[in-house]
Design a protein around this ligand. Structure first.
Ligand SMILES: Nc1ncnc2c1ncn2[C@@H]1O[C@H](COP(=O)(O)OP(=O)(O)OP(=O)(O)O)[C@@H](O)[C@H]1O
Ligand SMILES: [Mg+2]
Length: 233
């Protein structure tokens, strides 16, 4: 088991909630503060075929945000075509994807800050018989939970929070991401409501931004960045 990694594991309440969008902004902010960042999307499903190779879009975006410090083959060694959970997508290709293979793929420069993006949500299957939760636990990285800021998110975040705590992992932050433009449901304030339930966890809101390179993070995340930078999460 690896215990000496510095960084964080980006998970979500669901697929498509903005894990990559947020992770890229986080990575750019960490770099701006002087950190050397390494990224991993150890398995990516739904890769598109280009010139005979499967191209992992999330892994490319993350590596680009980190300044392309490593070859994409290291960032994302396991690439699957079907846009399904990695466990099922691998089975469709008659591959057996083990948790150990994903853990090994997350080995990197010990001095660098490692940002790992899972696949789907915290309890989504990511390898044969394993959930994202198992990977996060094996890596022993603090977790940042990303959720789409819409009606129903309080339930999703509190369920996921309980799951993260069951795994004895640190929940470093909850990120409520606005995944679509337009006004929020009238009167809704999920961030404020969640703060009452999650008193010791920062709850950040990320606005919808057309320009995905816009990456000013809310002030509430400053202590999270600081502890990541100092390796004290
Ligand atoms: N705050 C935002 N502003 C603008 N576009 C966003 C925002 N958040 C997410 N998006 C867009 O929504 C889509 C889904 O976001 P993203 O790919 O980051 O989700 P994900 O959780 O990483 O999904 P997956 O489970 O496939 O990894 C992307 O096209 C992304 O650019
Ligand atoms: Mg993603």
């Amino acid at each position: 088991m690896m215990t000496d990694l510095k960084g964080c594991f980006i998970t979500g309440t669901d697929t498509g909630v903005g894990k990559t969008h947020f992770a890229a902004a986080l990575i750019r902010n960490l770099r701006r503060q002087g950190a050397a960042v390494r990224v991993r999307k150890p398995v990516e499903s739904g890769c598109r075929l280009q010139a005979g190779r499967l191209v992992p879009e999330d892994a490319s975006l993350l590596n680009q945000a980190a300044g392309n410090p490593e070859d994409l083959d290291l960032v994302c060694p396991y690439r699957l075509a079907a846009a399904l959970s990695p466990e099922r997508a691998a089975r469709l290709e008659n591959l057996s994807l083990s948790l150990q293979a994903l853990v090994s793929a997350c080995h990197t420069d010990k001095e660098a800050l490692l940002v790992v993006e899972g696949a789907g949500g915290f309890y989504s299957p990511i390898a044969e018989g394993c959930l994202n939760a198992d990977l996060a636990q094996a890596l022993r990285l603090p977790v940042i939970l990303v959720a789409a800021d819409r009606l129903g998110v309080i339930n999703q975040v509190l369920l996921a929070t309980e799951a993260v705590r069951n795994r004895k992992l640190t929940l470093a932050a909850v990120v409520l991401n606005q995944t679509a433009p337009g006004p929020a449901t009238k009167g809704m304030n999920n961030a404020e409501d969640l703060k009452n339930w999650l008193k010791d966890v920062p709850v950040a809101q990320i606005p919808f931004e057309k320009d995905s390179s816009a990456d000013r993070l809310p002030a509430i995340l400053e202590p999270v960045l600081k502890s990541l930078l100092s390796g004290r999460t």
